[in-house]
Design a protein around this ligand. Structure first.
Ligand code: SAH
Length: 306
């Protein structure tokens, strides 16, 4: 009995009846209803008739249909089987049908095929892993035009010293050029979400930077844990030194090398920070080049972050 009660409550709480489709807030379902926003997104992506477009979370297909009219092919990845069926029904027996490929399931687990562009009003709850899945996918795509929650979009484009500058900013900007395109208010969606939205354009750096991204992510993860503290202070934290020590020993043993007897990770790290002139620097104001140099110096000394 209690189970039925909770289910009923969460149904009322989570779902909104609209046009015969029950939108599920757990999947972040907010349908873009303003065709002008869709047109602008397609224009900014410079969609060509020869392009294969990837869409993440097509929903009922308002954007999908517009893209099908202009692209060679649209691959749409949708987690909600009801909406996937709805979308297929929408193009059934039209000239658009053969151009549409629907991938049913979680985008984060999907095996991505080749695509030239990614254009989508994405499910906001997976924004961050979604970006890195795209940017680490090979071969690289040409560009992505994506709708995100506004604050997330602002973090994507934030520069060193900006209030919102964070690990997401630097990691994304390492791999891509990021531009803010436009603001989109809540009322352009059905049902309106609680948050404001913005559209950004991502253009992967091609060729990609000569950096092992796992190492890079490990370094920025530590540095931005306390982005207002100096790197010297951040790297004095016991758990950080212990982690680096463990990695160091592992790397050495994999290469059949002994750890020097008087080796002291704390001292080694501090001397590298000094040499690089960043022991007094704070992650909040450091740029990509500074972190690249620092990572290179650590790695050259056998210190690894993964
Ligand atoms: N693009 C549509 C709908 C956006 S709402 C429009 O603009 O009208 C977000 C969509 O993403 C919903 O259809 C939701 O079911 C889908 N979704 C949510 N999580 C997902 C995931 N992990 N993988 C793929 N699709 C997802």
């Amino acid at each position: 009995m209690p189970k039925v009660k909770t289910e009923k409550k969460s149904r009322i709480h989570n779902e909104v009846q609209k046009q015969g489709i029950v939108f599920n807030k757990d999947f972040g379902q907010h349908i873009l209803k303003n065709p002008l926003v869709i047109t602008t997104m397609l224009e900014k992506a410079a969609l060509r008739a020869t392009d294969v477009v990837l869409e993440i979370g097509p929903g009922t297909g308002n954007m999908t249909v517009r893209m099908l009219e202009r692209a060679k092919k649209v691959i749409a990845c949708e987690i909600d089987t009801r909406l996937a069926a709805e979308l297929q029904k929408r193009v059934q027996a039209t000239p658009l049908q053969p151009k549409l490929q629907v991938l049913i399931g979680d985008f984060l687990k999907a095996d991505l095929p080749f695509f030239d562009l990614c254009i989508a009003n994405v499910p906001y709850q997976i924004s961050s892993p979604l970006i890195f899945k795209l940017l680490l996918h090979r071969p690289l795509f040409r560009c992505a035009v994506l709708m995100f929650q506004r604050e997330f979009a602002q973090r994507l484009v934030a520069k060193p010293g900006d209030k919102l500058y964070c690990r997401l900013s630097i990691n994304t900007q390492l791999l891509a050029r990021v531009d803010m395109l436009m603001k989109v208010g809540k009322n352009n969606f059905k049902p309106p979400p609680k948050v404001e939205s913005s559209v950004v354009r991502l253009e992967p750096k091609n060729p990609p930077p000569p950096v092992n991204f796992t190492e890079w992510d490990g370094l920025t993860r530590i540095a931005f844990l306390r982005k207002n503290k100096t790197l010297a202070a951040t790297f004095k934290v016991n758990s950080v030194i212990e982690m680096l020590e463990k990695n160091y020993k592992l790397y050495r043993s994999l290469r059949n090398e002994q750890v020097e007897e008087n080796f002291n990770m704390q001292e080694k790290v501090m001397s590298i920070l000094e040499e690089q002139g960043v022991s007094g620097s704070r992650a909040r104001s450091m740029d990509i080049d500074e972190f690249m140099r620092l990572l290179l110096a650590f790695n050259s000394a056998g210190i690894h972050f993964n």
